[in-house]
Design a protein around this ligand. Structure first.
Ligand code: FE
Length: 201
């Protein structure tokens, strides 16, 4: 049985950048529905008592379990997305080791931002943009639909949802504006730094 984790902030805490109405639908309806659907699909199966991460890695690439994979990955991706944002987010560069390795792997923080924006803007249709650790390097990747880096042996540090349900009520078709706001006002570098410290521990 997988539970819907609480939102790490109030539903209006990201206003004016992301409205309470968007979060009511996105968390309360979409994220919640992925949890409900997943639990229905795993009930009475050998996946019922596994962790979310185990369910994802056990079903990845198995066409007969695509429904389970898609719902499980969307539960994981959305929880990671809420943690990737903060009411006090943006406004600074990452610090410490993470900053050094962003410079090492992307050239500069500005180049990181441009590459991350491009990943989000060029993901055709629904999906996600990610900063991940792959081996001993940082990478920016995009994934389609429910796909998730943990199905590919990569460790996420930040994600941005670019499904239309993430931004349409607030930005309509202006996905690039939502992406700019994500990086300038919302991205939670405290979280990414803590996740990176776990990788390096
Ligand atoms: Fe979403």
């Amino acid at each position: 049985m997988i539970k819907l984790p609480p939102l790490p902030f109030a539903n209006n805490a990201l206003e004016p950048h992301i409205s309470a109405k968007t979060l009511d639908f996105h968390y309360g309806k979409h994220h919640n529905a992925y949890v409900t659907n997943l639990n229905k699909l795993i009930e009475g199966t050998d996946l019922e008592h596994r962790s979310l991460e185990e369910i994802i890695t056990d079903t990845a690439g198995d066409a007969t379990k695509a429904g389970i994979f898609n719902n499980a990955a969307q539960v994981f991706n959305h929880t990671f997305y809420w943690n990737s944002m903060s009411p006090n987010g943006g406004g600074r560069q990452p610090k410490g080791l993470l900053f050094g390795e962003i410079v090492r792997d992307f050239g500069s923080y500005e180049e990181f931002k441009e590459k991350f924006k491009t990943a989000g803007a060029t993901q055709f249709g629904s999906g996600w943009a990610w900063l991940v650790v792959s081996g001993d390097k940082l990478e920016i990747i995009k994934t389609a639909n429910a796909d998730t880096p943990i199905a590919h042996g990569k460790t996420p540090l930040i994600t941005m949802d670019v499904w239309e349900h993430a931004y349409y009520l607030d930005y309509q078709n202006r996905r690039p504006d939502y992406i700019d706001v994500f990086l300038d006002k919302l991205v939670n570098w405290d979280f990414a730094e803590a996740e990176y410290a776990k990788v390096k521990a």
